[in-house]
Design a protein around this ligand. Structure first.
Ligand code: ADP
Ligand code: MG
Length: 281
C-alpha cells in the first residue's frame, strides 16, 4: 500500500444553530479516491473553497471521514490507537509560520516535536542539527525566530516537522504569506527534502510555478478531483484550467496563444527555457 490512500472519502461540515439543530451541511470533500506512493512529490491545486485544506486535515487525522476511508502508511485514520503514529508519519505545515513557531530560539523550537515524542536528549540535538541543515537554516540556530524573515520562519517550521522524522509532509499553502524570495527559499527546501531525504511531499498551493517539479498534480474543484496528471499534462489543458478558475503560468499561456496563432509548439510548455528551445531560438 502507498503512503497515503483514500477511498471514496467524503467529508461534510455540519453547521448547527444555538439549539444544536442542523442548520446546513457543506460537502467539502466529495468521494475522493487517491493513491500516493512513498517518495512522491504531489501538488494539489484548486481555487478557494475547493476542499484542499479539508483533504489535508484528513491525512493528518485532524478530521475524520464522514464516509469512506483514509489510510496513512497502512493505518486507518479512524483507528484511535494509531493517532500519534499517524501524526508522526504525516507531518503538517500550515500557511502562517507565526502560528507554528513557539520556541524563543530556533534550535529549541525545532526540538519541541522530538522532545514531546520522548526522544533521548542527545538524539534530539542530532535531529535538530540535521533538520536545520536540510532546510538551510543551521546558521540561524541561535536566533530568535522573530528576527527572521517569513521564508526563514517557514523553513524553521518545516525543520520542526522534519525533526519528527515523518515519512510524509503535508504543506497547506506554505508560501501564501511570503514574498517571492521567501517562496523560492521554501520551495527549494521542500524539493530538497523530497529529493535528498526521500520524504513524500504533498504541497497545496495556488502558485502554478511551484508545481512544475511535482511528480503528480491533483486539481480539486467542489470537493472532487477534477484533473490528475503530470504538470505537463495538467498545463496542456489551458481551457480546462481556466474553467476551474486557475491561473496558468505566463510562459505556458504565451505558448498556448502562439499555438492558437499557428506556431507549432509542443503542449504544456512549463519554463521559459523550454519555450526558447521549442522556438528554435
Ligand atoms: P480550500 O482549502 O480549498 O480553500 P476548504 O477545505 O478550506 O477549501 O473548504 C472547503 C469547503 O468547506 C468550503 O466551502 C468552506 O467554506 C467549507 N469549510 C471549511 N472549513 C469549514 C468549517 N470549519 N466549517 C464549515 N465549513 C467549512
Ligand atoms: Mg485552504
Amino acid at each position: 500500500m502507498g503512503i497515503v490512500k483514500a477511498r471514496e472519502l467524503t467529508y461534510e461540515y455540519i453547521r448547527r444553530d444555538e439549539e444544536g439543530n442542523v442548520d446546513g451541511i457543506t460537502k467539502a470533500v466529495d468521494h475522493v479516491s487517491l493513491d500516493i506512493r512513498q517518495g512522491q512529490f504531489i501538488a494539489i491545486l484548486g481555487h478557494n473553497g475547493s476542499g484542499k485544506s479539508t483533504l489535508a486535515k484528513q491525512i493528518n487525522a485532524i478530521l475524520y471521514p464522514t464516509e469512506g476511508t483514509v489510510w496513512v502508511d497502512g493505518m486507518d485514520t479512524q483507528d484511535q490507537e494509531h493517532l500519534w503514529d499517524i501524526r508522526q508519519t504525516a507531518g503538517m505545515v500550515f500557511q502562517n509560520p507565526d502560528n507554528q513557531i513557539i520556541g524563543q530560539v530556533v534550535e529549541e523550537d525545532v526540538g519541541f516535536g522530538p522532545e514531546n515524542m520522548g526522544i533521548p536528549t542527545e538524539e534530539i540535538w542530532q535531529r535538530v542539527e540535521e533538520s536545520l541543515r536540510a532546510v538551510g537554516m543551521y546558521r540561524f540556530r541561535k536566533y530568535s525566530p522573530n528576527k527572521l524573515s517569513g521564508g526563514q520562519k517557514q523553513r524553521v517550521s518545516i525543520a520542526g516537522v522534519l525533526a519528527m522524522h515523518p515519512k510524509c509532509i503535508v504543506l497547506d499553502e506554505p508560501t501564501a504569506m511570503l514574498d517571492p524570495n521567501g517562496r523560492k527559499e521554501v520551495i527549494r527546501a521542500v524539493r530538497g527534502l523530497n529529493q535528498v531525504e526521500g520524504v513524500t511531499v504533498i504541497l497545496i498551493t495556488h502558485y502554478m510555478e511551484e508545481i512544475i517539479h511535482a511528480d503528480r498534480v491533483f486539481v480539486m474543484d467542489q470537493g472532487k478531483i477534477a484533473m490528475e496528471g503530470t504538470p505537463r499534462e495538467i498545463f496542456s489543458d489551458v481551457d480546462r484550467l481556466q474553467d476551474l478558475r486557475l491561473d496558468v503560468p505566463q510562459v505556458t499561456l504565451l505558448a498556448y496563444e502562439l499555438q492558437n496563432r499557428g506556431v507549432r509548439l509542443p503542449d504544456g510548455i512549463l519554463t521559459t527555457e523550454e519555450l526558447i528551445q521549442a522556438l528554435g531560438l
